[in-house]
Design a protein around this ligand. Structure first.
Ligand SMILES: Cc1cc2nc3c(=O)[nH]c(=O)nc-3n(C[C@H](O)[C@H](O)[C@H](O)COP(=O)(O)OP(=O)(O)OC[C@H]3O[C@@H](n4cnc5c(N)ncnc54)[C@H](O)[C@@H]3O)c2cc1C
Length: 485
């Protein structure tokens, strides 16, 4: 059986390996000369900048891929657990070190609001229930038939999946700072905590279950390890070639066509490329049913990302590996980004300092960072050639004040990516950072299906399909595939 995978994000690589383990003849085609998609690496003057994912959760999902071929993951990658998972900084300068140490967690919660300690314990218990259902039971179930969804609805309603994550957390926690902190997880997968279904509250528990890890050498090192494995097991890699169309006949997949006009035949085509963009641009000759066209039109997209990568000629030793800084008018800011699609100066950001754990990421006595700021996706029509430099200046000003003194004069290397990069380079619709939003009406059966309803032999893995974005999500989507091909 010949299978082609389009795209080399974590989801695409996992799909290629899983199909190879089932003896398929697998070819993976990637537009760029390097693999990884959102997890690509940018090397500049001795700095190694991981392009995207840095918080590694559920490491077993990565390790499984090596184990499929009886290989020891430790021969390829090195994952190390972090002690402090995130340092939260609030607008008044107060800090909270979030970790798996429950005593430390409760001690800090007590300092902010004593009565929330009990609520926190109850919240964790409830998120375990969501995790047991939403992750353990359903993350790798193929939601391609309405009946499968119908069967799950009573349980999902019992778990209050009609509520947003923020609203669920608020039913246990009184203090606003703690509410923000404990409900921020949807932002990690492209959702607004105020509208994302509380199913995603499972991430709070998922982190507790396996901890938060860092990949020594950067997340790019995992991609390198997986590339080595793919070469060893005989997966054909075609890099630096874009698929321009998917060929089908009589409602059956026949193969793909590349930008250089070459055609490759296959029994199955697995798209790791963004589903809405695939349906719109790679299947132009297909006629979709009215129902499917409605589904395409009604989708709401995740926010865009402004990611500023920078290296400094000094080290900021008191800055943690992962820092999350909330803006003052957090809710209004998210509303501007997700709904009004406009920029707002009161930014919240996530700062990644890889050299806090791994000195190899920067030259000696230097620090390697990226800062990620949620911004509107390209439905906003923002001209990033104009706004990009302004956004960079704003972020530097904010970070100088809050945690990196004299930053501007210490920067020796920098560049940034805007939603234009995600749209033009990674081929995502509207340059969204995480494909479609993780709302209830866009989850499971309501998301783009892993097994396409449009054409036989067409499948999807990655952020825009079930179960959704984030490294554990896209790796799980490849496990769904395992069950349907
Ligand atoms: C800045 C940032 C930080 C993040 N941080 C975290 C984190 O800390 N932890 C976490 O778990 N998740 C994180 N995420 C989310 C996570 O990175 C993504 O959800 C996940 O990596 C997406 O993987 P994917 O399999 O969907 O493929 P993608 O990474 O989206 O890759 C798709 C690939 O398809 C290729 N492609 C597209 N069209 C074509 C075509 N026509 N022909 C050939 N190739 C094509 C693209 O070039 C790309 O390489 C982050 C994301 C970003 C952007």
């Amino acid at each position: 059986m010949k299978s082609i995978v389009i795209g080399s994000g974590f989801g695409g690589i996992a799909a290629a390996l899983r199909l190879k383990a089932k003896n398929h003849d697998v070819t993976l085609i990637e537009k760029h000369p390097d693999l990884g998609g959102r997890a690509r690496v940018f090397k500049r003057n001795g700095f190694t900048f991981d392009g995207g994912p840095t918080v590694i959760t559920a490491p077993y999902l990565i390790e499984e891929l090596f184990e499929l071929f009886n290989k020891n993951p430790k021969d390829y990658i090195e994952l190390t657990p972090l002690k402090t998972w995130y340092r939260f900084i609030f607008e008044d300068g107060k800090k909270f070190d979030y970790s798996g140490d429950e005593d430390q967690m409760k001690k800090q919660i007590k300092e902010i609001n004593e009565e929330d300690v009990k609520g926190y314990e109850e919240l964790v218990k409830f998120t375990k229930k969501i995790f047991d259902k939403g992750f353990t039971e359903l993350a790798d179930v193929p939601f391609d038939k309405p009946l499968i969804m119908m069967k799950q609805l009573p349980a999902l309603l019992k778990l209050k999946s009609y509520k947003s994550v923020y609203s669920l957390v608020s039913s246990y926690i009184k203090n606003e700072k703690l509410r923000r902190m404990l409900s921020m997880h949807p932002l990690l997968v492209g959702g607004n905590p105020f509208t994302t279904t509380s199913i995603y509250g499972l991430i709070l528990y998922l982190e507790k279950k396996w901890g938060i890890h860092y990949s020594m050498g950067g997340t790019g090192n995992i991609i390198n390890g997986l590339e080595k494995l793919m070469n060893e097991v005989g997966i054909e890699l075609i890099k630096g070639h874009e698929v321009t169309s998917i060929i089908s006949s009589n409602n059956r997949i026949e193969g793909v066509k590349l930008a250089n006009q070459k055609e490759i035949n296959a029994d199955n085509v697995i798209c790791n490329a963004d589903p809405p963009a695939v349906y719109e641009k790679l299947l132009t000759k297909k006629k979709f049913s009215t129902l499917f066209q409605w589904k395409q039109k009604r989708m709401e997209y995740s926010m865009g990302l402004f990611v500023y990568y920078f290296g400094t000629k000094k080290t900021y030793d008191n800055v943690e590996h992962h820092t999350i800084k909330f803006g003052d008018k957090y809710k209004e800011h998210l509303d501007d980004i997700f709904n009004k699609k406009k920029l707002n100066n009161d930014i919240s950001y996530y700062l990644h300092r890889s050299s806090a754990t791994d000195k190899s990421m920067a030259p000696k006595n230097h620090d390697c960072f990226y800062v990620l700021v949620p911004v509107p996706n390209n439905q906003s029509k923002i001209d990033w050639t104009v706004e990009g430099d302004k956004m960079k200046d704003l972020i530097i000003d904010k970070m100088e004040k809050a945690l990196l003194p004299n930053l501007r004069k210490n920067i020796v290397e920098d560049f940034y990516l805007t939603p234009d990069y995600f749209e033009n380079e990674l081929n995502t619709k509207y340059g969204s950072g995480f494909s479609i939003q993780p709302k209830f009406t866009q989850s499971a059966y309501f998301r783009f299906h892993n097994k396409s309803e449009i054409c036989k032999g067409l499948y999807f893995v990655g952020a825009g399909t079930h179960p959704g974005a984030g490294v554990p999500g896209v790796l799980s989507s490849a496990k769904v595939l395992d069950k349907i091909i």
